[in-house]
Design a binder for this molecule. Structure first.
Ligand code: ATR
Length: 284
């Protein structure tokens, strides 16, 4: 019997996850199909019911369903609870277990980029769902301080409880001219762009939330946006001497961790990266 893994989101047609997940399943000879199920929020409960069938291994969950899925799932793990969102569901004999592999995706992509988070100061631009996973990843990775700058300060303040004894969270205005932002950038080993700025078909494709002059050499800059591969933020970072890290690595690593949960097998990372790059090349 061919098994199925679903991608729940709305819309999902642009996602490249089906490409690199199917490539991985095929490479390991696993008899399964990874299918995109376009799921408007009102259809989430019925989609989750379908996941309980014997031929379903599980699912990925993406925008805008990650938070609501947490509420509806049988057994979310502690990490998913802390982030307030799930991106991976495993069908354990009709019981839906869930976790969030975005944190592992962030940590692995930073490892690949040679970024040591231990004791680091980090600047985080953005305070949406993606930013929450970044904060939890910074905590797991042992960062010392995250300074959050977001257009809407109240949303940034809502992230502060995600800090803890070992991770200090501060909120500052997203204002290029502010001394606070300059000082935070000067001491930051890592800068993370977690807004939808620069995303193709997003609110502003040509905008970087930070200008080149705020970056410096010896700093890494991670963009969660992966379409296009070269975002205005990454261009500004490179111009300013920082090491630009695109979002594709994060995407593939979170998918690889999901793959491990569904199949119990080590994910074929090279195959997944090649397929993801090929899929991106076709869109550009
Ligand atoms: P996601 O789950 O992908 O993080 P989200 O929750 O909608 O999506 O968050 C989007 C992020 O992009 C937020 O930080 C948002 O800022 P606000 O909290 O002020 O809305 C940010 N964002 C979106 N459009 C923006 C713009 N034009 N300028 C600055 N920030 C923007």
């Amino acid at each position: 019997m061919t098994s199925t893994i679903a991608l729940l989101g709305h819309p999902v047609s642009h996602s490249i996850s089906p490409r690199f997940q199917q490539a991985a399943l095929d490479a390991l000879g696993i008899d399964a199909r990874y299918e995109a199920w376009d799921t408007p929020p009102e259809d989430l409960p019925s989609a989750l019911e379908r996941l309980r069938s014997r031929d379903l291994l599980g699912a990925n969950v993406t925008v805008p369903l990650k938070q609501e899925a947490l509420r509806l799932i049988d057994r979310p793990d502690a990490l998913a609870e802390r982030i307030g969102a799930v991106n991976t569901i495993v069908n354990a004999g009709g019981v839906l277990e869930a976790t969030n592999t975005d944190v592992a995706g962030v940590l692995r992509s930073l490892e690949d980029g040679g970024v040591d988070l231990a004791g680091a100061n980090v600047v985080l631009i953005g305070a949406g769902g993606a930013a929450r996973a970044i904060v939890v990843a910074m905590r797991e990775g042992g960062a010392a301080r995250v300074t959050i700058a977001n257009r809407t300060a109240a949303r940034a303040r809502a992230l502060v409880p995600l800090g803890g004894e070992d991770l200090e969270l501060r909120v500052i205005p997203l204002d290029h001219a502010s001394e606070q932002l300059r000082a935070a950038m000067q001491s930051a080993r890592l800068v993370v762009q977690a807004t939808s700025l620069g995303m193709r078909d997003g609110p502003d494709e040509d905008a970087s939330p930070l200008p080149a002059e705020l970056f410096h050499a010896g700093q890494a800059a991670l963009d969660i946006v992966y379409v296009p591969e070269q975002t205005p933020f990454l261009r500004a970072a490179r111009q300013g001497g920082a090491l630009p890290l695109g979002g594709l690595s994060m995407l593939v690593h979170q998918g690889a961790e999901s793959f491990r949960r569904w199949t119990g097998q080590p994910p074929p990372l090279d195959v997944m990266f090649d397929a993801a790059r090929a899929a991106l090349d076709e869109t550009s």
